[in-house]
Write a protein that binds this ligand. Structure first.
Ligand code: HEM
Length: 172
């Protein structure tokens, strides 16, 4: 066997997944004019979850009953938009061969599903009494959700910016 001639060929020999034809098929399918819908939707759960944490801290600081109502609506909308983002991401994961073939896509899926269950728990807990729910467990749940949102979003960004998933032909 002749020695690999290029860096790409060397990588192909080291990583059997790379040798599969599907590996570079990473272009988004759930998209509007080539723009991934998942990327458009994820901004909502990310921002709304951070708002929920902010509203809980504001209630803790001021005692103003306005903030628990803000938190209830924010976490409800975060959960709903997170589910929609999760559905688009899951369909993308399952139908795009080059996304499905990469382990980091599945890591993102697992982290994101854990996040969605936390958002659901945070919302559901507040339905038992949105003002009394805030201290201490509501704010603790919101802190956990905010941390996990940061982790999920950062990892999703890795899929796009490091692996070029959803963006077109991938070289990594
Ligand atoms: C539940 C299942 C989920 C799956 C299977 C999934 C899958 C994916 C995939 C395949 C990508 C690459 C881009 C694309 O093809 O659209 C991506 C990107 C991303 N995901 Fe997810 N995702 C899920 C949920 C979430 C959730 C709940 C969040 C945030 C709260 C999130 C945050 C992100 C971010 C920030 C990006 C990068 C978007 C960009 O900058 O273009 N994902 N995800």
């Amino acid at each position: 066997m002749s020695a690999p001639t290029s860096k790409d060929e060397l990588h192909r020999n080291l990583d059997p997944l790379h040798a599969e034809n599907v590996f570079s098929d990473t272009e988004t399918r759930i998209a509007i004019a080539g723009h991934p819908i998942h990327a458009m939707l994820v901004a909502f759960p990310i921002a709304l979850t951070m708002c929920t944490f902010g509203a809980d801290l504001s209630y803790w600081w001021t005692g103003d009953a306005f903030w628990p109502r803000v938190a209830l609506w924010a976490i409800g909308a975060a959960f709903l938009m997170g589910l929609l983002a999760g559905i688009t991401g899951t369909v993308e994961l399952l139908i795009v061969p080059g996304i499905r073939a990469r382990p980091p896509s599945w890591t993102h899926f697992v982290i994101a599903v854990a996040l969605l269950s936390m958002l659901g728990a945070n919302f559901g807990y507040r339905l038992t009494g949105y003002e009394t729910a805030v201290l201490p467990f509501g704010v603790l749940l919101s802190a956990l959700c905010a941390g996990f949102t940061a982790l999920t979003g950062w990892h999703g960004g890795k899929l796009v910016f490091d692996y070029r998933l959803g963006a077109g032909d991938s070289k990594s």
